[in-house]
Write a protein that binds this ligand. Structure first.
Ligand code: DX5
Ligand code: ZN
Length: 222
């Protein structure tokens, strides 16, 4: 099954309520919350995303898929756990060493939350193989993290295929999420390669009818 997680990073101010409700109606599977700290990436969306998450929690029952692009993951977990995310993703590159990765995985699990590890485009997928048995999902960034509306990096297709093969060979049960530049043109390629959770921001938000594009993104390749 393919699921869609809609990134609300580029929702226009003043249109939030209308857009969030329309996305729920159009059956997005998750709201994807891009949390940036102005250090791990240039932009800072930290407080805005925290208040959006609290707002969504009040008006919707859909699960929150929180993507931390922050240096201080531990503090971010503490700040965001109150919105009861379904999933928290943090970046492998934000960790000093392997011990820190394991510690953060544990901390997220202790809060009854699914945990996912993200890798930037230049990070080799092999670097995170040892953590796979302990996490629920792996996020392959298909653009450089930091902003919406970028073009998907085609090289990432091979990375997805490699991870998918490793997961199958090792009989692991783990989702593969992709994030960045996912639209109706790129989606068939990432799905073919093995991705089953598609994050999409601008392609959905700029579409005339959210449900048409979400349905299309969710379709299995034929
Ligand atoms: C990029 C973010 C993405 C981004 C997706 O750093 O993690 O979630 O907002 O937006 P689009 O679909 O526009 O690339
Ligand atoms: Zn994201």
């Amino acid at each position: 099954m393919v699921e869609v997680s809609t990134s609300i990073l580029s929702v226009k101010e003043g249109e939030e309520a209308e857009v969030f409700l329309a996305l729920e109606k159009a059956k997005t599977d998750y709201f994807h919350i891009d949390v940036m700290d102005g250090k791990f990436v240039e932009k800072n969306t930290y407080n805005k995303m925290l208040s959006y998450s609290k707002y969504i929690k009040r008006i919707s029952s859909l699960p929150l898929d929180v993507h931390f692009m922050v240096e201080d993951v531990e503090n971010a977990i503490e700040d965001f756990i109150c919105v009861e995310p379904n999933n928290i993703t943090f970046h492998y590159e934000a960790c000093k060493n392997k011990e820190e990765v394991y510690k953060l995985i544990e901390k997220i699990k202790q809060n009854n939350c699914r945990v996912s590890l993200a890798v930037k485009p230049e990070t080799k997928i092999e670097e995170i193989y040892e953590f796979l048995p302990y996490i629920h999902m792996c996020l392959i960034m298909t653009v450089e993290p930091g902003k919406g509306g970028q073009t998907m990096l085609n090289d990432m297709i091979q990375k997805i295929e490699k991870l998918k093969k490793y997961i199958e060979n090792n009989k692991l049960e783990i989702d593969i999420q992709v994030d960045g530049g996912i639209n109706l043109k790129t989606a068939p390629f990432v799905k073919n390669a093995g991705a089953n959770v598609l994050v999409s921001g601008s392609a959905i938000l700029l579409a005339k009818d959210y449900s048409v594009i979400i349905d299309e993104l969710k379709k299995e390749n034929t």
